[in-house]
Ligand binder design. Structure first.
Ligand code: GDP
Ligand code: MN
Length: 377
């Protein structure tokens, strides 16, 4: 789950990170109210769940009431990477001497939460990682000790010489680590963390992602959820008893069992295709689940073919076939579908499916090849 910058700022503040004040506004009128008799520099910032707002024109400095209102007028309604800007923050702006990057992620290779810092802040860190990976300093954090004082200072010394600043930065790293752990975060990023001319270190942008599987014990985080379109679909699927994750490919997959769903995606890749999703309909053959699953799959405009891959164990293939027939009766679609049934009562199931005219196969590789072929028509 992702949250907006303004929400990350609120969490940061709660944990005592130095963050300039902000006001959230949903309209130009609200901005006008917020900047009445403005006598300081502010920054108007688009609140959307994508990065790179600065480059897209979604971050504007303003010194007067009129300039702030004009900036808000330009930013509200703007399209940034497919996201419409519906709200902005007006934040106290700061003078910047230098911008830094600070981030915490789960590093699967290091098998631990890893602190990353870089003096190349402000720009998108993915770019730095590509072009100058040596400019990003990494420190895998031992989960049993957490980020110890000397370790935090050691990392801060990669960015600052002045011990006063090293202590400020180290404190920020440790607080960010506490936030990361206590909120079941998967990403906590300050980019940029800035040094001001009067030698203050401040967090002026925040990005946080959270582990969806931990949200049940994070009611405060869950309450912040403003799902985007893809996330709404995933939440909807969860409520219907399906595990669905949208991906970027064009072959929709409907599978029973998580392991088989993974294997199906691998198989599609193996033959040169790209899965549009992970979808596990679970062990039951309830037709409603098939209908729900198909509706979710087909609502993805990228899907050009669907591969249904069922292995009947406890689930009986003839039940699944009946469910499919019932489902396909309700869903009228031109998207080609290939069905692979194998296992318990597969023959009965395949016989039932004959009346639908759908191509049926009995091995996974045939199904993957067929789906890829159909997707190219
Ligand atoms: P992002 O582009 O979506 O990551 O948005 P950021 O909040 O990181 O802002 C982008 C850039 O705008 C920053 O890297 C800064 O260079 C600039 N910026 C943001 N806030 C301020 C501010 O208060 N003062 C100044 N001078 N520049 C700012
Ligand atoms: Mn940023």
């Amino acid at each position: 789950m992702k949250i907006h910058e303004y929400q990350a700022r609120e969490i940061f503040k709660k944990y005592g990170l130095p963050v300039p004040n902000h006001v959230l506004c949903h309209s130009v009128a609200e901005v006008k109210e917020a900047v009445k008799n403005l006598d300081r520099l502010v920054v108007v910032k688009a609140q959307v769940l994508v990065g790179g707002r600065g480059k897209a024109g979604g971050v504007k400095l303003a010194k007067t009431e009129a300039a702030a209102v004009a900036a808000a007028g330009q930013i509200l309604g703007m399209d940034i990477k497919g996201c419409q800007v519906e709200k902005v923050i007006v934040a106290d702006a700061v003078d910047i001497e230098k911008e830094y990057y600070v981030g915490l992620i789960n590093d699967r290779n290091a098998k631990s939460v890893t602190l990353m810092v870089s003096a190349e802040g402000g720009v998108e860190i993915e770019e730095v990682a590509q072009t100058n990976p040596e400019l990003i300093h990494r420190f895998p954090i031992n989960p049993q000790t957490g980020l110890l004082d000397f370790q935090a200072r050691d990392m801060a010394m990669k960015l600052f010489d002045d011990m006063k600043l090293v202590r400020q930065a180290a404190d920020i790293f440790q607080k960010l680590y506490r936030i990361f752990i206590e909120t079941d975060s998967t990403l906590a990023e300050i980019n940029p963390m800035v040094l001001t001319p009067d030698k203050q270190i401040l967090a002026i942008d925040g990005k946080m992602n959270f582990d969806d599987n931990a949200l049940y014990r994070q009611p405060e985080i869950l309450a912040m959820r403003e799902a985007d379109e893809d996330e709404l679909k995933e939440i909807d699927a969860k409520e219907k008893g399906l595990s669905y994750i949208k991906l970027d490919g064009n072959i929709g997959c409907m599978v029973n069992g998580a392991g088989l769903a993974m294997a199906t995606m691998d198989m599609i890749k193996l033959y040169g295709g790209n899965p549009a999703n992970f979808l596990d309909i679970g062990g039951s053959s309830n037709p409603q689940k098939v209908v729900d699953a198909m509706n979710i799959l087909l609502s993805d405009k990228n899907v050009q073919a669907v591969m249904i891959n069922i292995f009947g164990g406890i689930t009986r293939c003839d039940d699944v076939a009946r469910g499919l027939i019932e489902a396909l009766d309700t869903i009228k679609t031109d998207i080609p579908i290939v069905v692979r049934l194998s296992g318990t009562n597969a023959e009965e199931g395949l016989a039932l499916l004959e009346q639908t005219g759908l191509p049926t196969v009995s091995t996974m590789s045939e199904a993957a090849k067929k789906a890829i072929e159909l997707s190219k028509r």
